[in-house]
Design a protein around this ligand. Structure first.
Ligand code: SIN
Length: 415
């Protein structure tokens, strides 16, 4: 039997969404990085994020207001210290994505340094969603993948599916992590990746559900591997359901961004009534869990298969300019949202719990870090405020990059 191939690196990253790529770029000037991704490099949940990334830029807005909205939506189960830390770091890190990596966020005017155009989504009391039209995640992914490809110290291996983490038991009985086994899908062989620090950036578990906004890769395997190794996990019962996934037999997992409601879209019943009227003070822009539950109750009451998101009262040119990707997708299915309300249903969207981490992405297992949706930092509590996911990803990746050297720089010489 051929022996298992061993690949050594100073830093092993599993996953190629915003968290994994941003972390790699922060550390690659001082340590070699190998990124494993189970499909193509840009296949991640980040790529599908439409709405944007939330941060306090509007002079009318404040850190206090963003913290308050996050805690409200989290239903008392967020960790306030982490929320405050993330919200305070937000503007610096979001500006850095544009300045350092060339992410093209929409700006007021064409000048490079012009203020960002700020969108609004459910549960936000202010406009604070920085975006690239309705393709924010795809734009962030594009810019970071290009930066990673340019960096000589980063190797990115596609079609490598992590199977299990490698562990050692220290003399005091505690466990540490020093890499993983991965299936090299193209060559159909198992490779051992050995590193002093392994960073889980594997995303969430939306694909556990039949109806989800998530891509195929969101299978929750990072959480499972960490759990098998003995890492603490938490809040896994809190799966967020997004209220508006396109309802059409030929449309699979297509999100209709909450930003549409942020620009004035109204949820309607089959009879055309305003679904959220008198149900919540924020109406159609109430927090996601509230809106998704109201839609579910309405579907059970009416026996209809979907409700509708009505944009027909808004300026048609604005709709096409602000939401070009959603408009184009709907048109391929014969739905012109300038004239016809969009049929929508709730579906699984975001894993609020995950591998328990501190502010810097350290898990309870030495040598194992977790950043992005796979992690449970305390940012989201029982439900996540819209567009706080990309914020949490970049904040955890930034913190993990500052601290990962404490696990050493060299992989163990023998396996
Ligand atoms: C959306 O655009 O509605 C999704 C944004 C998010 O999940 O935060």
């Amino acid at each position: 039997m051929p022996s298992t191939q061993v690949h050594r690196t100073q830093t092993l990253v599993l996953g190629s969404g915003l968290a994994g790529l941003y972390f790699a770029l922060q550390v690659a000037d001082r340590r070699s990085v190998t990124i494993l991704t189970k499909h193509q490099r840009e296949s991640s949940n980040t790529r599908w994020a439409q709405g944007g990334i939330s941060a306090v830029f509007d002079p009318e807005d404040s850190v206090e207001a963003h913290v308050h909205d996050t805690l409200e939506v989290g239903a008392g189960l967020c960790r306030e210290d982490f929320v405050r830390y993330a919200v305070e770091l937000g503007p610096k890190l979001v500006s850095g994505l544009a300045r350092d990596f060339g992410v093209q966020f929409d700006r007021v005017g064409n000048e490079d340094g012009a203020p960002f155009v700020l969108g609004r989504e459910g549960g936000h009391s202010q406009r604070r969603v920085v975006h690239h039209r309705d393709m924010t995640g795809a734009e962030i992914e594009r810019a970071l993948v290009e930066a990673v490809e340019r960096h000589p110290n980063i190797t990115i291996l596609e079609h490598h599916d992590a199977i299990d983490l490698l562990s050692f038991r220290k003399v005091d009985g505690t466990t540490g992590c020093f890499g993983c086994y991965a299936l090299d899908i193209v060559h159909d062989r198992v490779v051992a990746f050995v590193a002093p620090v392994t960073v889980l950036a594997t995303g969430g578990a939306g694909k556990v559900y039949r109806y989800t906004s998530n891509p195929h890769v969101a299978t929750g395997d990072g959480i499972a591997m960490a759990y098998r190794l003995g890492a603490e996990v938490g809040n896994l019962e809190f799966m967020q359901f997004h209220p508006t996934i396109l309802f059409h037999p030929d449309a699979k997992s297509f999100l209709i961004s909450e930003a549409l409601r942020g620009e004035g879209g109204i949820l309607r019943t089959d009879e055309g009534a305003d679904l959220m009227k008198d149900r919540h003070p924020m109406g159609s822009l109430a927090p996601r869990d509230v809106v998704a539950r109201e839609i579910d109750a309405e579907l059970k009451r009416s026996g209809k298969p979907c409700v509708f998101l009505d944009m027909t009262h808004l300026d048609p040119d604005f709709i096409v300019d602000r939401f070009p990707a959603i408009h184009a997708r709907c048109m391929t299915l014969g739905i012109d949202m300038r004239r016809t309300p969009i049929p929508v249903v709730p579906a699984a969207h975001y894993t609020c719990g995950g591998v328990v981490v501190d502010h810097q992405g350290r898990t309870s297992v030495p040598g194992l870090m977790a950043i992005g949706e796979v992690a449970m930092s305390g940012m989201h509590g029982a439900c996540r405020l819209a567009s706080n996911s990309l914020l949490e990803a970049v904040v955890l990746a930034y913190g993990a990059a500052q601290t990962c050297d404490e696990f050493g720089r060299e992989p163990p010489p023998q396996v």
